[in-house]
Every structure is written in structure tokens, then in C-alpha cells.
Design a protein around this ligand. Structure first.
Ligand code: ADP
Ligand code: MG
Length: 526
């Protein structure tokens, strides 16, 4: 006999936690930092607040392998009555809207709490105050996985004397600090590259990072949007219709979808063979399916609006990459919005050259989705493929080269290759944009490298000519009976004039080049 039963959703996630990145104590610690950091960034920058995030990892019990993670931000906080659900109910979120966020599933915090209680049996400690709140709320929460609801172990309120706003979270979990240290550091540095307006302070057992704010410029906040007609499925449409009161088909389309005005709605309905004045509630199930099919096929929609997106922008990428990678030069581009299956997306790319970037046989790749650094599953990511297939020779790059490539995709729906959200799937539209973004950035790099090459040539010519100065000056001095020194000086000036740069400038420009080139520059007469 089979024993049939339903598995509650929270219990399912507790059992299948590796699907959300909580495979083992190493990954779990990394993932905990990631979820908390991303929530903090969402709660600040999306609302025009410059993020200040404090993170602490402590080893609590070495024998048991227990650690604690503390995360505090200066964000918009969480209303007191929402705290229990936000921490204690799987799939509870304020981000199920068409707008770019880091969080998408309403799952991150709950996975942290579930993993923590499964390994240490301790509750999560939360302290939060919303903007302008005169109270600070404090909770201790665990999750009842059978009912998918919060268990409140303790609850307090304090007067908010100093009008603090933000959220602080502390959890105890089984975590392998030593094994995850490198990834955590990498993750935080990469976050600082794409969010140079954030200040992130990290304190771990043997690692302290102070990632300073490099700019006070925030990217424009995303607006909240409507779905594009091409992006909905039958079920979604059914739900929308249920909420639609007594609208006609034409009114329904205009009211509920992005980029559909009166003209577009009429033209579409005529093309699709529907009566614009019929009540939307009167659609039969067959008609519903046909409507969705037609909505996907119709060529006349305007492309999805991109106001729901918030790319970093070339300027911030350049600031971030220079500061964190210590690159000599960074060239970034933000492509124009495009779309796939009705979802708007924007690709950004940057190439970082020289400085502290170690020369490698292929470019170091830094991948991002909605400003989240992706660290695992690089091989499965379409960005890796694009970068590997890219014809670098056309852009004057010869390997080994000190080259890093940043590729950022932002979208209201990132097509992840797996539930682990660590790699972007091969969507042709996105792949194409990645290629073009990389090309645009690499063109700028080529210009830069050829300018440097020219400067090198001039320096070499100078060195060649300068070898003769002494001898020529000596002979001229003999003939003219003028002192040799001023003649030599003038000859130097003459050459400098001919190559259009002073030797000092030349040497300065070329000093940052590769070692053999550098030696030559140093050998140049001062
Ligand atoms: P998601 O981030 O996908 O929405 P989470 O479980 O990580 O899912 O978070 C649930 C909700 O809790 C968020 O949608 C947000 O409203 C709220 N939240 C979480 N962390 C913070 C924070 N640091 N500041 C303000 N709100 C937060
Ligand atoms: Mg989240």
C-alpha cells in the first residue's frame, strides 16, 4: 500500500535546501551572507538610501562547527507586524512585483532560518525599525515547517529615541568559516565593484574588510511596471481576468499591460479575431488559450519598457572596477534595453586592463545578474561562452594578458540555468546582446591599447635617436667651439618636439606596461 500525504512547502524546502544553495556548512555560510547582504542592498538603494552594511561572522563553538552571522543595514526596515511572516513564512515577500530586485522568490531569509534551526535549533534574532518609526521591534523567530508559519519565541518593542531605521539579523548555524572565507571575500568584493555607492564592513575570525563607499551616486531606482503582453501565460491571464471587474477585452488589455494603448489594443484584437467589446469574463477556456497564443505571436506590440530596470551604468562600473580590481584602465558600456519573451533586459559589459590584474591565458570573468555577483557554475553560464568565443586578437589583446571582463544582465526576469541561481541560461537574445556589449567595450580597449602602442614606438625612436646625441654634440662642439652641454640639451628638445611628447610624459605613460616594456622605459635617458 502506498501512503499518500502532502508535504508542506516549508518542510519541502528544509529537506531540499541544496536547491537554494544550502548544500553543506561551507555553501550555507556563503549563502547566508549572500541572502542577508542582498536583502540589505534591496532595502537601501532601491529607496534612494546609500547602503551601509555591517556583517560579522563569529565562530561560536569550534567542536560543533557552529558560527553566528550578524548583518545590519540602514535600510527602510520592516514594519513590526510584518516581521514574523517575512522571517517565518516561505514565499512571503514584498518583491513579487514587476521591478528589478535582487530578491525574487520570497525565500532567501526563510532558507537562512530553516537551515539555522535545522542545524543549531536556535531562532533568528531580528531587530528592525521602519523609516520614521518611533518604535524599534525585536523578535526571536523559528519556523513551523508543517504549517509554514512563524513561531514567535520572544517579542519586544523599544522607543526609537534616535530615529534609527534599518534591520539587524543574527542567526546561529553550522558553517565552515575556513572553507567559505575565500568565496565570501570574493563575493563581497564583487558586490563592491557593481555597487561602489555601498559601504560594506565585514569582520570575520581572521578577515576584516572595509569596502569603502567610492561614490555617492546611486543608479536611478527602478519603477514598478505592468507585464508585457508577450510575457503572460494562460494561468496568469486567468487570474488577471478574475480581478478585472466588468471590463471589455479592449479595456482589459489597455489597463493591465505595459505598452498597450487604444490603437495597439484595437489593432491586435482585430488581427487576432476577437471582438474588442466583448466582456473579458465571457471568454471561454479555449478562447483564453487562443488569446494567449496570439498575444505571444503578435508582432505589433511596442517593446517592453525598461523603466522597471536599474542597470549600474558605465560610470559606476568603471569606478567600482578601478577601485576593487586596481585596474589601470576600465571601459564600460550599457547597451540599450532589449527583450526576450516579453521581459525587458539590459546587458552591461566592462573590460578592465592592467594594473593589479594578473596576466592570464584567458580573461577573468566577473558575472552579475541584477547586480548579484554569480560565483558558482561559471561553466554553465552563457557569458563564459561569449567571452571564450570572443575574438580578442581583433582588439589587440594577446594572451597572456592582464584582462578582466565584467558582464551584467539586469531584467525583471533573469533566465537562470538552474534553481541555484548561479548561471544565466542560453537565451539567444541575451547572448547576442552580451556579444555586442563586449564588442563595444573591447573597441574602447583597442583604442587605448593602440595609443599605448604608439607611445611605445615613439619612446623607442627617442631612445634610438638619443644614442647619437652625445657624439653629435661632441662633434658639433668641436666645429662650432660652442659648449657641448647646451648643444646636447637642444638636441634632446629637438627630438622631443619631433615626437610630440616630453620624455617625462612618455616614460610616465609607458611605465604601467608589461615588464620588458617597462625596463625599456626605465632605460630611457632622464
Ligand atoms: P525576497 O528577498 O526574495 O523578497 P526574503 O525571504 O529574502 O525574500 O525576504 C522577504 C521580505 O523581507 C523581502 O521581500 C523584504 O520585504 C523583507 N526584508 C528582508 N530583509 C530585509 C531588510 N534587510 N530590510 C528591509 N526589508 C527586508
Ligand atoms: Mg531576499
Amino acid at each position: 500500500m502506498y501512503a499518500y500525504e502532502a508535504l508542506p512547502v516549508a518542510e519541502w524546502f528544509r529537506r531540499n535546501r541544496e536547491l537554494a544553495g544550502f548544500h553543506n556548512p561551507t555553501r550555507a555560510l556563503y549563502q547566508t551572507i549572500r541572502e542577508l547582504t542582498e536583502n540589505s542592498l534591496d532595502a537601501t538603494e532601491t529607496y534612494g538610501i546609500l547602503p551601509t552594511i555591517l556583517l560579522r561572522v563569529n565562530v561560536e563553538d569550534e567542536q560543533k562547527g557552529w558560527v553566528s552571522v550578524y548583518a545590519e543595514d540602514n535600510g527602510i526596515g520592516i514594519p513590526g507586524n510584518e516581521i514574523p511572516n517575512v522571517f517565518g513564512r516561505v514565499f512571503y515577500s514584498s518583491k513579487y512585483r514587476i521591478k528589478q530586485h535582487r530578491g525574487v522568490f520570497g525565500l532567501g531569509l526563510k532558507m537562512v532560518v530553516l537551515y539555522a534551526q535545522s542545524t543549531t535549533n536556535k531562532p533568528v534574532l531580528v531587530r528592525s525599525a521602519p523609516l520614521k518609526s518611533d518604535k524599534i521591534f525585536e523578535y526571536q523567530i523559528m519556523i513551523d515547517t508543517n504549517s509554514n508559519s512563524p513561531i514567535i519565541l520572544d517579542k519586544r518593542e523599544y522607543p526609537n529615541k534616535y530615529r534609527w531605521h534599518g534591520t539587524a539579523v543574527k542567526v546561529y548555524l553550522e558553517g565552515n568559516w575556513l572553507a567559505s572565507k575565500k568565496r565570501i571575500e570574493d563575493y563581497l568584493r564583487r558586490t563592491a565593484i557593481i555597487a561602489p555607492y555601498a559601504e560594506i564592513i565585514f569582520k570575520g575570525p581572521d578577515l576584516e574588510l572595509w569596502l569603502k563607499r567610492r561614490t555617492t551616486k546611486l543608479p536611478p531606482a527602478p519603477k514598478e511596471g505592468l507585464p508585457h503582453p508577450r510575457s503572460v501565460d494562460v494561468d496568469t491571464l486567468k487570474q488577471m481576468i478574475q480581478e478585472s471587474r466588468g471590463l471589455t477585452l479592449q479595456e482589459f488589455l489597455m489597463e493591465n499591460f505595459d505598452a498597450v494603448g487604444e490603437g495597439t489594443a484595437k489593432a491586435f484584437l482585430e488581427w487576432a479575431g476577437f471582438n474588442p467589446n466583448m466582456k473579458v469574463r465571457a471568454l471561454t477556456p479555449e478562447e483564453l488559450v487562443r488569446l494567449v497564443e496570439k498575444m505571444k505571436q503578435y508582432e505589433g506590440w511596442r517593446r517592453p519598457r525598461s523603466d522597471w530596470l536599474s542597470p549600474a551604468g558605465a560610470e559606476l562600473l568603471e569606478i567600482g572596477a578601478k577601485a576593487i580590481l586596481g585596474a589601470e584602465a576600465v571601459f564600460a558600456v550599457t547597451r540599450k534595453p532589449e527583450s526576450y519573451g516579453g521581459h525587458p533586459f539590459i546587458v552591461e559589459a566592462a573590460v578592465a586592463w592592467g594594473g593589479q590584474i594578473p596576466p592570464g591565458d584567458r580573461p577573468v570573468l566577473l558575472r552579475y545578474a541584477n547586480k548579484i555577483p554569480l560565483l558558482y557554475d561559471e561553466g554553465a553560464d552563457v557569458a563564459r561562452k561569449v567571452v571564450d568565443e570572443f575574438n580578442w586578437q581583433n582588439y589587440k589583446v594577446k594572451f597572456p594578458a592582464p584582462l578582466a571582463v565584467i558582464i551584467h544582465v539586469c531584467s525583471t526576469k533573469i533566465p537562470y540555468a538552474s534553481a541555484g541561481k548561479e548561471a544565466i541560461a542560453e537565451v539567444p537574445e541575451i547572448e547576442k546582446e552580451m556579444r555586442l556589449a563586449l564588442r563595444d567595450a573591447a573597441k574602447k580597449l583597442r583604442l587605448y591599447l593602440s595609443r599605448k602602442e604608439k607611445e611605445m614606438e615613439m619612446l623607442n625612436r627617442y631612445i634610438t635617436l638619443a644614442k647619437y646625441i652625445d657624439e653629435v654634440a661632441y662633434n658639433l662642439a668641436l666645429v662650432t667651439r660652442i659648449d657641448k652641454e647646451p648643444i646636447a640639451g637642444n638636441l634632446h628638445k629637438l627630438i622631443e618636439k619631433k615626437i610630440g611628447l616630453t620624455v617625462d610624459e612618455l616614460v610616465k605613460h609607458t611605465l604601467s606596461m608589461s615588464s620588458t616594456q617597462q625596463e625599456m622605459a626605465e632605460a630611457a635617458p632622464q
